[in-house]
Design a protein around this ligand. Structure first.
Ligand code: SF4
Ligand code: FES
Length: 589
């Protein structure tokens, strides 16, 4: 009953403004550091929703909860890049330094310790956050220093002082030129001096919406968030529905949850106008009335940077009513999430903007027809949108001239802290992966050999060094059992044990499952148990039985999971078995 009522209100577009339960609960948590039954009842009254629905939201997101948290919340990163830096040692360092277990609260209620999957400082891990201030380079000594003075964090380097490098591979600049050239594109005047909003101006003054869609179709741009779906196809579908709807939306998916990826974070914080311009171009092409950018809360600098950019763009007429004298009116709202990896999946993300539990919904209907508040909605990733200004200016053919096969244009790859020169590299599709990792990336620290590389986040295949000559491309990486995903690359040197990687991945799967479907909800936990057992010395028959069970489990998760979180986790596990089979059997006697 509760569920049906909420769905009805959602379809009527009523879960906005003061009726958004998530935003109410975030404020409660901010003020009091816990959500009590009385708070749930009060929010239910304020939002005209059943208490059960509000309780569901309060207990779903990592930032919320009915358990009390400290006035100072310390969050230590357990993401894959930080795991590659130090195993899970950084968690123990913080536990020892604070004298608190994970999820513990100090006796005076002042400090609590939590874990988090990725703070976007994968180039400088291991990382930790204290009340929205993020630090990299954690060591046991620095953990003690931090615990002794949480307010000032002596000796630790704040994230804003550890800007990652952003370079174009093989030239001074490609598509994301302001970042490649090191322009301070956070200032509107500097960004505009380097072509920001030129694509939007050209679109509004010289192109019809359908001409813009045709241009994007010629560019062969595919979604950069992971799925690689053709952007123009999605737009055409949405434009058809939008033409019959009273409102339609563009949603920028800035919930870059894959540990190891920090590309969208950098774009939002260092070139926010590129993102806003892309949202506005998409809005014009599709006939949308408003844009939203949904940013993960683990990036505390991103939402403020975007909000400042929205204000500046509004003030100079690039957003708002009748943009630059055209007939097109469009505005953008920045919404911050509350700690849930699965909200990167588009249906979960839309539910989160509506203030509901960020759980996955079966498709169809697709968001293009029935999305945010039940209206036609295009969901595009940050990097996808950031390319649109360039495509509008240079034309789709120029973009499609770069690349290989069905992967046209460029892709940014982010390299983890293990590399000699970690950072982001914009490459034309088709460049062999090894060229990037060993060229600009400089190979691994201390001259150690690359043993394993995971591409595209925790759901991507794990490749041995021998397969790194594969070209960067959707199908090209797929052919070697990997996944381009969002382009995050985490490399391990020869000291890692494949069984530790398997355990880490299942732990992530288990921790971040939204719980909607059982193959993932239960499978992640069973997989974690098996992965832990594989590390124990046992009879070889027992190990083989567990490996067979793991293969069966993978098949069930692949076939039965509703979304990629459960459905794709068997991919890295299968590649670990394929390429590191002996090591996976290492516990056998
Ligand atoms: S696969 Fe996992 S994350 Fe996806 S819907 Fe099912 S339970 Fe949720
Ligand atoms: S900052 Fe730890 S994995 Fe990204």
């Amino acid at each position: 009953m509760s569920h049906n009522l909420v769905q009805l209100r959602r379809h009527r577009g009523e879960l906005r403004g003061d009726d958004n339960a998530l935003q109410h609960l975030k404020r409660v948590m901010e003020e009091r550091r816990e959500i009590t039954p009385a708070d749930v009842a009060a929010v239910a009254r304020a939002t005209h929703q059943p208490e059960a629905a509000v309780f569901g939201v309060a207990t779903y997101y990592g930032d919320l909860g009915t358990r009390r948290r400290g006035r100072t919340r310390v969050k230590v990163c357990k993401g894959t890049a930080c795991f590659a830096s130090c195993g899970d040692a950084s968690v123990r360092w913080m536990e020892d330094a604070l004298g608190l277990p994970v999820d513990g609260l100090s006796d005076d209620g002042e400090v609590s310790l939590e874990t988090v999957y990725c703070l976007g400082l994968c180039h400088a891990g291991p990382s930790v956050a204290v009340e929205g201030r993020v630090y990299g380079g954690l060591t046991p000594a620095l953990a003690r220093s931090l615990a002794a003075d949480l307010a000032h964090a002596p000796g630790l380097v704040p994230a804003e002082q550890t800007l990652p490098r952003f370079e174009a591979h093989g030239g001074p600049a490609i598509v994301l030129e302001r970042l490649c050239l090191g322009i301070d594109a956070t200032r509107l005047d500097a960004a505009v001096a380097h072509h920001a909003f030129e694509g939007l101006a050209l679109a509004l003054s010289q192109r019809t919406p359908s001409e813009i869609i045709a241009e994007v179709e010629r560019s062969q741009l595919r979604g950069r968030g992971g799925a690689g779906f053709p952007t123009a196809t999605k737009w055409k579908l949405a434009a058809g529905h939008a033409s019959r709807a009273e409102e339609a939306f563009i949603v920028c998916n800035a919930d870059e949850g894959d540990p190891g990826s920090y590309i969208d974070k950098h774009l939002m914080e260092r070139d926010p106008f590129a993102v806003l311009e892309g949202v506005a171009i998409a809005g014009y092409a599709v006939g949308a009335t408003k844009g939203f950018v949904y940013v993960r809360s683990e990036y505390p600098g991103a939402a403020p940077a975007l909000r400042r950019a929205v204000e500046a763009a509004r003030a100079s007429g690039w957003l708002g009513a009748r943009i630059r004298g055209s007939a097109f009116s469009f505005d953008i709202e920045v919404v911050e999430g509350a700690g849930s990896y699965v909200c990167g999946e588009e249906t979960a993300l839309l539910r989160s903007i509506e203030g509901l539990r960020g759980m996955v919904t079966a498709r169809p209907p697709y968001p293009a027809e029935n999305g945010l508040f039940g209206r036609p909605t295009v969901v595009n990733n940050v990097e996808t949108l950031a390319c649109l200004g360039w495509i509008a200016r240079h034309g789709g053919d120029a973009y499609a001239a770069l690349g290989v096969g069905k992967s046209r244009g460029t892709k940014v790859l982010s390299l983890n802290e293990r590399f000699v020169r970690p950072g982001m590299y914009e490459v034309p599709f088709g460049v062999p992966l090894r060229q990037v990792l060993e060229g600009p990336g400089g190979g691994l620290r201390e001259g150690r050999p690359i043993k394993a590389v995971q591409i595209g986040g925790p759901l991507g295949g794990v490749l041995p060094s021998s397969l790194l000559d594969a070209p960067v491309g959707f199908e090209e990486l797929d052919a070697v059992g990997a996944l381009l995903g969002h382009g995050g690359i985490v490399a391990w040197d020869d000291t890692v044990d494949a069984r530790d990687i398997a355990e880490h991945l299942f732990e992530f799967c288990d921790a971040e499952s939204c719980g909607k479907c059982f193959p993932c909800r239960i499978g992640g936990r069973r997989g974690l148990e098996i992965a832990k057992r594989l590390k124990q010395p046992r009879e070889s028959a027992a190990v083989e039985a567990d490996l067979a069970l793991l293969a069966d489990l993978g098949e069930t998760m692949k076939l039965g999971s509703l979304c990629a979180h459960g459905g794709a986790i068997p991919i890295p596990i299968a590649t670990l078995m394929q390429h590191f089979g002996d090591e996976m059997r290492g516990g056998a006697r």
